[in-house]
Design a protein around this ligand. Structure first.
Ligand code: UD1
Ligand code: MG
Length: 452
């Protein structure tokens, strides 16, 4: 591992018009997280001590996202879009005292692996002034081509529009990800001109300029999947497919059973322990952890939840943010849980809404139980004690406490706290009138007009 320091500049000034969206391209999500956040995480993973982002004018949502996730990052505005070389120079101030390694990444290329970046950094450590991440393209049209000599040494990058017919046949392409030695980056960037087909400052020209100065350059080969750039919704979906496949493969390798992996959607931060079983058609949003031996049954939707060991969730359960399920607890079909903690072995097996609540160990929540947590203005809490039994179709009007071991009669509307071990019944009293139904039937039948 290299001892060299590292910084990154992420280019995100592209307008992303092909997304047909009012939101900037790089805030669109992949596996529950903005594309740009994936790139920010990647930069962190390779140990960059500084990360700056170049955006276009009117891109406040990007600046907000960056400030939230990397508070000490600088945002640089490229007022005119004059090419990738020009974009990096918009962050010139970030290069005043450059790190040993300067990584240039695109905000719309979120699948790049830290392994490839490390290989590029190794290239710099071996005295290259520039390292390029290349890939073999199935269809190279549109990409910059890596021009190499007969020994495979990189000579230059030729943009598609500037390439000769024979250069266009090369399928070794530029991903756009480049790494520069901090000592020479500004000299190289300042030497880039715009005498080319697009009239733009091409960052890629740095390769030929470095070679002409007698500097070493390096080309690293990555996979076509990792360098997929996202310009349209179709490419966003394609990237999602690749990302999901990688996440599923990792989960399977870590000892998770998925009966139908292709139907399980994971978030980039989903944590699944070994011996978790996931049935078909389950969706995980951000911030979910699942403990050993838990089973997530079919058609469940889960986000922001910590699920303990040996818990069973679903089928058709909905767990919303703030859910914590203790060991061996059970959330059954058509149960929604939000901001609520279930103790060990607690159960809500059917048709319930438990929100803003604490449910004690081994408590049993009957079918149709609703915590009435919202009065139209504020949310209120419901506390249910250990071993309490809440009969079916009960409404618990919060704020309210049900003591340990208390028993709530079915159909109750509970508005007052219930003492431990007490029985609370709050419903209309049942009355019976002997013979009433029979009398009514006879009377109604004799009065009924004859059908014509
Ligand atoms: C670029 C590369 C090309 C490579 C391809 C990979 C250059 C000259 N070409 O071409 O070799 O094969 O990416 O997809 O670098 N950007 C700015 N400001 C600008 C221009 C671009 O921030 O003025 C950003 C864009 O937001 C985008 C990235 O840089 O994230 C690449 O820009 P794009 O216009 O897509 O470059 P390509 O022509 O595709
Ligand atoms: Mg492009």
């Amino acid at each position: 591992m290299t001892e060299r320091t590292c910084q990154a500049i992420i280019l995100a000034a592209g307008e992303g018009t092909r997304m047909k969206s009012k939101h900037p391209k790089v805030v669109h999500e992949l596996a529950g997280k903005a594309m740009l956040s994936h790139v920010l995480a990647l930069v962190k993973a390779v140990g960059a001590s500084r990360c700056d982002v170049v955006v276009g004018p009117d891109m406040a949502p990007i600046a907000d996202l960056v400030k939230r996730e990397v508070p000490d990052a600088q945002i640089y505005i490229q007022t005119e879009r004059l090419g990738t070389g020009h974009a990096v120079l918009a962050a010139r101030d970030a290069l005043e005292a450059p790190a040993d390694d300067v990584l240039i990444l695109y905000g719309d290329t979120p699948l790049v692996t830290s392994r490839s970046l490390e290989k590029m950094r190794d290239g710099l450590a071996n005295h290259a002034a520039v390292a390029v991440l290349g890939f073999r393209a199935e269809d190279p049209g549109g990409y910059g081509r890596l021009i190499t000599d007969s020994d495979g040494n990189l000579l230059a990058i030729r943009e598609d529009k500037d390439a000769t017919t024979s250069e266009r046949e090369i399928n070794f392409c530029n991903s756009g990800v480049m790494a520069f030695d901090g000592k020479s980056i500004l000299t190289l960037l300042d030497s880039i001109g715009k005498e080319n087909a697009k009239g733009e400052y091409y960052l890629t020209d740095a390769v030929e300029i470095a070679r002409n100065r007698g500097d070493k350059v390096a080309a690293i080969e990555g996979s076509e999947d990792e360098v997929l750039g996202i310009n349209s919704r179709a490419q966003l979906a394609e990237a999602e497919l690749i990302f999901q496949r990688n996440l599923r493969e990792k989960a399977l390798a870590a000892g998770v059973t998925m009966i139908s992996p292709d139907t399980v959607f994971l978030a980039s931060d989903t944590e699944l322990s070994s011996d978790v079983v996931i049935e078909p058609n389950v969706f995980f949003g951000p911030a979910v952890k699942v403990g050993e031996g838990a089973t997530i049954r079919a058609f469940s939707h889960i986000e922001g939840a910590v699920i303990g060991d040996n818990v069973v969730v679903g089928p058709f359960a909905r767990l919303r943010p703030g859910t914590k399920l203790g060991k061996g607890s059970k959330i059954g079909n058509f149960v929604e849980v939000k901001n609520a903690e279930f103790g060990e072995g607690a159960k809500a097996n059917h048709l319930a809404y438990i929100g803003d609540a604490q449910v004690g160990d081994a408590a049993n929540i009957g079918a149709g139980t609703i915590t009435c947590n919202y009065d139209g203005y504020q949310k209120h809490r419901t506390e249910i004690g250990h071993g309490a039994f809440v009969g079916t179709n009960s409404s618990l009007v919060a704020p309210v406490k049900i003591g340990d071991g208390a028993y709530i009669g079915s159909g109750s509307v509970i508005t007052k706290d219930v003492e431990s071990d007490a029985l609370a019944v709050a419903r209309g009293k049942q009355i019976s009138r002997l013979g009433w139904a029979k009398n009514m039937r006879e009377k109604m039948t004799s009065n009924k007009p004859k059908n014509k």
